[in-house]
Design a binder for this molecule. Structure first.
Ligand code: ADP
Length: 454
């Protein structure tokens, strides 16, 4: 059971009075928890079956705007309802809020009760089913990086996001002393998430002032995505409770390192590691080689799902540990894909392209789809690259801008076959809209550069 409470447990807590609130949530296109706060008595009596939400919630942007151009949801069709169907295996305590539990929902069509095709959780479930039909289970881990700031979200917003001071004064990569100073926030994050049923491994200081990483033990793909979304939400709430802000923006300052979300991936058959074959180089099975060949070949097609905003592409820079090329290597952090756990049962591939702003359901789904295609077509894996991959002129670049990634997404016959035209068109529109919004803005940089001198 991925949650911490069965439905019967929840009912007992509600009748004892120890739980009075149930957060009924689904994950939107941006990977955020959206939903309603139910009185727990109402939830256990009736709303556990379903509740409803406006269908604009899977066609909005970070600002809750209602962009035009979506076939599924628009003013012409009147913005009707979706069904939010609680997945009762995901009920868990929310230990950082008093008397509160949380449940994740699948999003269904109001009339047919079929999954909404562009709902992130439905997109991932579909690829998991395709993988299961081939006999495999995927296990994944998404390492989540973020920055912790001295001030609170409200103070920072009121100061127009200027003078941002990270909590530390220096690069704290693996530092124990500096991270001790941050335990006021980081310890409750680890402990509350652990008590909420997330298999927390550790947190650590990362390679920049104020930068943190949270590691959650690898898990079946759907659980991994659920954990990621809950953890990201919890980190914001717990930081807020302590008067601090965090950001998952991949690049909040031009001179600071960006934040990523590397995705570790392996396939399993009946509990055995399908990626491991001790007789082959690196202990990499044929299945793993095919899977990686698919991942690498289609990376330009699916980069949008690893880097969904204009800002995401500011992270991809030479010499920063953020990759620019779709090649693989063995334990080398300059390539887009890194083979980890060489010659062990834990041999796996880490995709290093994704930023801390990725939606884990979408990112995992498109990478599974690419791996499945590699396995189905028995694609051959090119030899590993070595050395500084940033300087490898022969290696394929990942799209360098949101505009370029939007076009590879739009034109991807592979993704259209794997996800469906409706889903690709929906997310292509989301990508276009993000660019359109950015293009309308006059930035501080343009003013400072040209005001006097242009
Ligand atoms: P490193 O310190 O080199 O980044 P870790 O040992 O911390 O490596 O592992 C990184 C992530 O990989 C962890 O979240 C871990 O749970 C995950 N992981 C370990 N083994 C596997 C595996 N077989 N498949 C997928 N993820 C894995």
């Amino acid at each position: 059971m991925p949650g911490t409470l069965t439905f019967d447990d929840l009912k007992s807590h509600v009748s004892e009075g120890s739980i009075d609130t149930v957060l009924v949530c689904f994950v939107d296109m941006q990977g955020r928890l959206m939903g309603k706060r139910f009185h727990a008595v109402n939830f256990v009596e009736t709303s556990f079956k379903e509740t409803h939400c406006c269908n604009y919630l899977l066609a909005t942007d970070l600002e809750m705007a209602t962009p035009d151009g979506y076939a599924a949801t628009n003013w012409q069709s009147g913005y009707g309802d979706y069904v939010m169907a609680p997945d009762l295996t995901t009920i868990r305590h929310v230990p950082w809020l008093e008397g509160t539990a949380l449940v994740l929902c699948d999003v269904l069509d109001h009339h047919t009760h079929k999954p909404v095709p562009h709902s992130p959780r439905a997109i991932l479930k579909r690829q998991i089913e395709r993988l299961e039909a081939l006999g495999f289970e995927a296990k994944m881990a998404t390492e989540l990086e973020f920055f912790l700031f001295e001030k609170s979200f409200d103070e920072i917003r009121k100061e127009d996001f200027r003078n941002l001071d990270p909590i530390s004064g220096y690069n704290e990569d693996y530092h124990i002393f500096q991270t001790t100073k941050e335990e006021g926030v980081m310890r409750p994050i680890r402990n509350h998430l652990f008590a909420a049923g997330l298999p927390i491994e550790n947190t650590k200081g990362e390679a920049e002032a104020g930068q943190e990483e949270l590691n959650i033990r690898y898990s079946p793909a759907l659980d991994c995505a659920d954990y990621h979304s809950i953890a990201k939400h919890a980190i914001k709430e717990i930081a807020w409770q302590h008067g601090r802000a965090v950001t998952f923006l991949p690049k909040w300052h031009k001179d600071r390192v960006g934040s990523s979300s590397h995705v570790h991936q392996s396939l399993w058959i009946d509990g055995e590691a399908a990626f491991f074959d001790e007789t082959r180089p690196h202990g990499m099975s044929e299945v793993m080689a095919h899977y990686m060949a698919g991942l690498i070949k289609y990376a330009p097609d699916y980069t949008y799902f690893l880097a969904p905003y204009v800002n995401s592409y500011k992270r991809f820079a030479k010499g920063t540990f953020a990759p620019t090329k779709t090649v693989w290597s063995v334990d080398n952090r300059t390539a887009g894909f890194r083979l980890c756990g060489e010659n062990t049962n834990g041999v796996r591939v880490e995709c290093r392209i994704g930023g801390s702003d990725l939606n884990p359901y979408l990112a995992q789904a498109v990478m599974l789809a690419a791996g499945i295609k590699g396995i189905e077509d028995a694609m051959e894996l090119a030899p590993a690259t070595t050395g500084d991959v940033y300087e490898d002129a022969k290696a394929t670049d990942i799209p360098q801008t949101l505009r370029a990634a939007t076009e590879t997404l739009r034109g991807s016959t592979f993704l259209r076959a794997a996800l469906g035209d409706d889903v690709v068109d929906h997310y292509t529109r989301a990508a276009e809209w993000e660019q359109e919004e950015f293009d309308r803005v006059v930035t501080d940089w343009e003013i400072a550069r040209g005001f006097e001198r242009a």
